[in-house]
Design a protein around this ligand. Structure first.
Ligand SMILES: C[S@@+](CC[C@H](N)C(=O)[O-])C[C@H]1O[C@@H](n2cnc3c(N)ncnc32)[C@H](O)[C@@H]1O
Length: 247
């Protein structure tokens, strides 16, 4: 899932900044290992890596329940992460690479955090962004589908905000960042689900929501056991939406 443009960029930088979430949980961070494998395979030399401990982030449901609490928790975490990035960038010479998961345009704050570092002004930063393959694209490709009907809009949202999207009348919804998958009242919708896409533990399930939910739960559990983590994404389509056939 690494484009030729990304490979060229990876080979051109002097060092990589890698943020590691493992110290908090005690377990190795599997995404750090995944990034390490990418560098091993594609670089041809030992990379210089500035490893930073990812600052703790408030995730307790009782402290992040409202939108305002959630945004405050994210804001504090962005500030702490930007300080850690700045320290790493100041400690090394030359261009730095950040290996963003998927594409940085979807639910990733690397760009925002680097802009924060740039605003502080202790470094002169020029930020280049290389497009990646997002889980949104991979979900569509794996299921061999178009995400929306001919000329229709597509709504991309988070598990937290799914109800809001349904209430708005959206009928083609891609849902990311799922702590759980809970779809009350959507039994007759169609779902195309993918877990750990692009990983050897990848799982795919598609069908009518009420029919395939047990299969999805089982696939999520399998992916978690196989990889030590699970990330999943799905497309939901309302029962009365026209079939997705693109000319
Ligand atoms: C922090 S966001 C990052 C998204 C990423 N920038 C992208 O382009 O896919 C993480 C969420 O993306 C989705 N995701 C990321 N990688 C995935 C994968 N390999 N398989 C399925 N979903 C994935 C999941 O919804 C996960 O909760």
């Amino acid at each position: 899932m690494v484009t030729v443009e990304a490979l060229e960029a990876m080979r051109s930088v002097e060092f990589f900044v890698v943020s590691d979430k493992s110290p908090r949980g005690g377990m190795p961070d599997p995404l750090v290992a995944a990034r390490g494998r990418l560098l091993d395979v594609h670089l041809g030399h030992e990379p210089a890596v500035a490893r930073i401990e990812d600052p703790a982030r408030e995730r307790r449901p009782e402290r992040t329940g409202t939108q305002a609490e959630y945004e405050a928790a994210v804001e504090a975490w962005h500030e702490a992460r930007s300080m850690a990035y700045e320290e790493a960038l100041l400690a090394y010479e030359g261009d730095a690479g950040f290996l963003v998961w998927g594409d940085p345009a979807f639910y990733d704050s690397t760009i925002r955090i680097l802009e924060r570092v740039a605003r502080r002004g202790s470094l002169e930063l020029k930020i280049d962004v290389i497009a990646g393959i997002s889980s949104v694209q991979l979900l569509a490709a794996r299921h061999r589908i178009v995400l929306h009907e001919v000329g229709q809009p597509l709504h991309v949202t988070t598990g937290r905000r799914l109800r809001e999207a349904v209430a708005q009348g959206q009928d083609n919804i891609v849902v990311m960042l799922n702590r759980v998958i809970d779809l009350p009242g959507l039994d007759d919708w169609q779902i195309w689900w993918g877990g750990n896409l692009g990983n050897p533990s990848e799982e795919l399930v598609a069908g009518r929501v009420a029919d395939v939910m047990p299969e999805i739960e089982a696939a999520r559990a399998r992916a978690r056991v196989a990889a030590g983590w699970v990330m999943d994404i799905y497309l939901l389509r309302a029962p009365d939406a026209p079939a997705a056939v693109e000319a």
